[in-house]
Design a binder for this molecule. Sequence first.
Ligand code: ADP
Ligand code: ADP
Ligand code: MG
Length: 460
Amino acid sequence: MTIRSLLVANRGEIAVRIVKAAKAMGLRTVQVHSAADADMLAVKLADEAVDIGPPSAAKSYLNIECVVAAAKEAGVDAIHPGYGFLSENAAFAQAITDAGLIFIGPSAEAISLLGDKVKAREVAAAAGVPTVPGSDGLIADIEAARAVTARTGFPVMIKAAAGGGGRGIRIAASMEEFERQFPLASAEAKAAFGDGGLYIEKVIERARHVEVQILGDGVDAIHLFERECSLQRRRQKVWEEAPSCSLPADVRDALCASAVALAKSVGYKGAGTVEYLYDEDAGAFYFIEVNTRIQVEHPVTEMITGVDLVQEMIRIAGGGKLSLRQEDIRLSGHAIECRINAEDPARNFVPGPGTISSLSVPEGEGIRFDTMLYEGYTVPPFYDSLLGKLIVHSTDRAACMTRLEQALKDLKIGGLATTVPLHLALCRDDSVQTGAVHTRFLEPWLEESFQPDAGLEEVA
Ligand code: ADP
Ligand code: ADP
Ligand code: MG
């Protein structure tokens, strides 16, 4: 069935991104919103808007019944879930299918299989993809953990099978610490994700986070190369690049091939990301999880491949076969994305909503700013702090960094504190410039090297 109309079950910059992609394909667009979001940009851009409930996400964006009812009422063919919220909720995908509508993403079965991080490890291993040394399946009790850690050594990570968004992960450096953490981790996972299941992974020290973008049509699957997202704070990505500057060609080939093998083994349909840790010294990569949705950092892949991933998702969901063959995907140049959050770098990144008093956005070749901001818009306090993503593309990494620094200086967001000064400081750091970073780089760097107030005059 061809999709002629689409409802966007999300908010913020990704809702804007999806509305624009759908409009570019000539589709009728319906945007849902909470009572706090009536004046958001995606509502203004969409053909129609539907109020689905109070500001609390639990009562609006996470309310399956309300979202599906809005879609039926509006008479749309399909629903795009964006990222976060219900995007990786198998019950949501199933409810949409049961209502006779199209969920733009993989099947409910694929979401529940790959969304369970323990089952996903099994799927990866079965497809011949190396996983992080750790437990086979869930850890039932301390005795089982003792056997696993005797094999892996310490430190280990205690991870929630249902975790996501950087939450549900603890580190234990010894068995004593493990015994203390284990019940807390289980209770926390139960409260946060409704599932207390835990598993163990060895900590891969000084690893890089690399991830492969995949597209599948249920039969065939291809990759669109990798992204590197090693600059993280609290296990949340802050800055992302494509391609990774650390991978030798043979490792890149093996990494990307492994993601395709995994996707094909489950008949993956839609866009997805296979995440790995890369141990540069050992030249080894290890699977960590699959995200069965569009990812925040998808634009860097679009910049280096020229493929519009959101449009591809819509096409595939409408029953289309992959229009791209692997040999059509060419890697061109280098792209970097900076997440611009409404957080104050000088006050330990405390989120600070507010009204946008002025906005000046950099333009020009190789510059893209994905955002929901406009002058006069009031950022509500109820949701994620992401305001937009500055993405820069150029011929190589060095040229990209130069272009990025200028674009960051030219991005002026008045009315609230943002993470622009952090990104400017990162641009000027020697280790970032040479790409000598890993997932534990940023947090100590913030303590030791970052002067949040330096350079503030440039972003005022
Ligand atoms: P990406 O890997 O695409 O960068 P993130 O981990 O940054 O994704 O998550 C994207 C958004 O989705 C964030 O707003 C994050 O808080 C939210 N998110 C991701 N997974 C979950 C989850 N399991 N539960 C709740 N929120 C989540
Ligand atoms: P989430 O589902 O919250 O995205 P992930 O399993 O993808 O969780 O891990 C998030 C981040 O935590 C990784 O990008 C990495 O920085 C860190 N991490 C996860 N597993 C390990 C590990 N075994 N060793 C070292 N770091 C890890
Ligand atoms: Mg992850």
